[in-house]
Design a protein around this ligand. Structure first.
Ligand SMILES: [Zn+2]
Length: 181
């Protein structure tokens, strides 16, 4: 059971053949296919933010993730499509992260802006990319709290997904309560 106390942000990164390969075209569907090919039960991340800003829901937030060794039972894993060792995230991705962060913050008050970290804080990797400073995602979260980012047309799907995620958590709570009687 995953009980998040932090958000860990990733990039899809390069490939073994070319660490600087631009992987910004990778989608949640592609990432999931790789993770299934490794024999995993589902995509390792809870959320993926694609180059267009599209937010895709990955693994259920209530189940342990598969993205950061030692942190998978206490974190939300968000992956940006792209290799930020070589390129930068799009403005659309940054805006979508703000929307997602705000939703997560409401649902898990413990996920304050100081609890948003790059993967590299917990592993000997460059993830989320050498081009970005350690506080890049945390700063986006801070901006999200200062302003009121609206879910715009392009992310109406996100709104639906977030609604579904809430419903699945409520269903789990109801099920849990029902087992008490
Ligand atoms: Zn990572």
């Amino acid at each position: 059971m995953n009980i998040p106390n932090k958000i860990i942000v990733h990039h899809t990164g390069g490939t073994d053949a070319n660490p600087l390969e631009d992987t910004s075209h990778h989608t949640a569907v592609i990432i999931k296919a790789w993770h299934l090919a490794k024999g995993w039960q589902d995509i390792g991340y809870n959320w993926v933010i694609e180059k267009t800003g599209k937010i895709s829901k990955g693994r259920s937030e209530t189940i342990d993730g598969a993205h950061t060794l030692g942190q998978n039972a206490q974190s939300i894993g968000v992956c940006f499509s792209g290799n930020f060792d070589a390129t930068l995230p799009t403005k659309e991705q940054e805006e979508s992260f703000k929307v997602l962060y705000k939703d997560l913050q409401i649902r898990y008050p413990i996920l304050t802006t100081d609890n948003v970290f790059p993967h590299r804080k917990f592993a000997n990797k460059t993830c989320f990319g050498k081009k970005l400073t350690d506080n890049w995602a945390s700063n986006l979260a801070k901006k999200a709290m200062e302003t009121n980012p609206e879910v715009k047309d392009g992310t109406s799907e996100c709104k639906e997904l977030l609604k579904k995620e809430r419903k699945s958590i409520i269903d789990k709570i109801i099920y849990f309560l029902s087992t008490l009687y």
